[in-house]
Write a protein that binds this ligand. Sequence first.
Ligand code: SAM
Length: 258
Amino acid sequence: MNKNSVVAKKKFGQNFLKDEAVLRKIIEAMPKNDNKIVEIGPGLGDLTRFLVDVKSVEAFEVDTDLCKLLQSTFKKEIDTKRLHINCGDVLQAWQSSLIDEPYDLVANLPYYIATNIILKALADPMCKNILVMVQLEVAEKFCATAGEKVFGSLSVITQSIADAHIVVQVPPTAFEPPPKIDSAVFLIRKNADRNNENFEGLLRVAFKQPRKTLMKNLSVMYKKDLLQVAFLELNLTPTIRPHQVSTQDYHQLYKKII
Ligand code: SAM
């Protein structure tokens, strides 16, 4: 098999990034540091080719056909230890840390598990920065600020330990085969290791029914009189909706009601 005879497999979310200008933008946006690079889903190796020029790379690819192809394409880089390829499902390989040294995740992610991968990377203390291509809608959720309609638990989880912004929006024509939706590359720069799990539990309850009031959602789990005092102290009106409360106020609320 060679690169040109590969047929993209839908079940693995294979949309190969062909636009060289976008590949260069990803490289330019990489944080400057000594961390190793982890690439999830190197695919045909188009992004990998740029990455190994800059740093050493630990890659995870589930598709055994692509794994074999990558092993022959990158024989020299593998021999010189510039690249190491793990063949298999990254989610199965992922214990509390994916590798045992500080790393930045740089990848064009398989969209069907992109949110799950980003949440795992956020909780992984060895992961320091995340620069990934995902569905535009998903990138917007991670980067939203309080008050925006799409501001939700993903935004609060991210912004509690990092700052996040969209680097570039990418149209379907940049890929082969083109996906049906727009994509975006976004960057998360972590400034703390991970969130408290109980805090994430509060967020799940807070955003369970996004159109209802925050008070209504939280009273399923927490005592109403405790909530009323906390809301009053934080100047939150009883009718406020979950997306209208800032990350900082969620932390204050957590301190007062847990
Ligand atoms: N990086 C390549 C590019 O930019 O052209 C390919 C990106 S493609 C959107 C996603 C890649 O992730 C595919 O190569 C796919 O086989 C791989 N993949 C899908 N699920 C995976 C998993 N669970 N573990 C590791 N790799 C996975």
